[in-house]
Design a protein around this ligand. Structure first.
Ligand code: ATP
Ligand code: MG
Length: 246
């Protein structure tokens, strides 16, 4: 579903180039929930943004759902991106738009008719349980509700992939549980492939099928998570905890 081949990204910091992601190769299967963990600065967010080309790689190839994003012309890339939703730690809602309008934005950009937009926004708000908040503004919502709006917005275009950057890091444990359930439902019910960056061990353990551990811009390894807990190739449970830097 997702394939990164020798992908690198550097940023100019002062006068030198800093390698945030270094020659990463990674395959994520269709329908998988794939975690990415690692210490702060390891390159997790950069890697996630390389998957939808929010960051364009200096080198390497990014293929999502059979589309080679790194070689698509601009217009085709925009289309391909519509099948990749994204949510963030701080929700990134538009403050001066209502809940309804926030969810409607991607549909407008995709050229939906007014009638289809109305139907789809309703469906998405119903799915996250926020139809009654449609006329409210983001500032009037709790953190969990804001994330649900962001999820509704990310689902609007019926994506096949959902990228999540620390989606529950700003939420309390109970609200976190609710959001994880929504993500799981999206995965199971709609078959959406989910990539989730997190520093919360419980999050990773509870919903991920596989986890990739990053350090200093590189992938250390990818492991499967079995229902009973981690499969630890290194025979060292502490090793994972250390990768999280806490
Ligand atoms: N736009 C940018 N300009 C310059 N440097 C950047 C930029 N974005 C990221 N970096 C650098 O790249 C490295 C990786 O950043 P990234 O945000 O991917 O890390 P992260 O693993 O997501 O960290 P965190 O857990 O703190 O969110 C960091 O050292 C960061 O300073
Ligand atoms: Mg980050």
């Amino acid at each position: 579903m997702i394939s990164l081949q020798n992908v690198s990204k550097s940023y100019k910091q002062n006068l030198t180039a800093f390698q945030a992601v270094q020659s990463v190769s990674l395959k994520i299967g269709k329908g998988e929930i794939h975690g990415i963990i690692g210490a702060s600065g390891a390159g997790k967010s950069t890697l996630l943004r390389l998957i939808n080309l929010l960051e364009s790689p200096d080198e390497g190839k990014v293929v999502v759902g059979g589309n080679s994003l790194t070689t698509l012309p601009h217009r085709k890339l925009r289309e391909a991106r519509q099948s990749i939703g994204m949510i963030f730690q701080h929700f990134n809602l538009v403050a001066n738009k209502t809940v309804w309008d926030n969810v409607s934005v991607p549909l407008e950009l995709a050229g939906y008719s007014k009638k289809d937009r109305r139907e789809r926004v309703n469906e998405c708000l119903e799915f996250v349980g926020l139809v009654d908040k449609a006329k409210q503004y983001p500032a009037q919502l709790s953190g969990g509700q804001k994330q649900r709006v962001a999820i509704a917005r990310a689902l609007a275009n019926k994506p096949t992939v959902l990228l999540c950057d620390e989606p529950t890091s700003a939420l309390d444990p109970q609200t976190t549980g609710g959001i994880l359930e929504v993500l799981q439902t999206i995965n199971k019910k709609f078959g959406v492939t989910i990539v989730i960056v997190s520093h919360e061990m419980d999050v990773v353990k509870s919903i991920c099928d596989k986890v990739t551990v990053m350090e200093s811009g590189k992938v250390l390894q990818t492991v499967s998570i079995e229902p009973q807990g981690f499969v630890i190739p290194r025979d060292d449970p502490q090793w994972f905890i250390q990768q999280l830097g806490n």
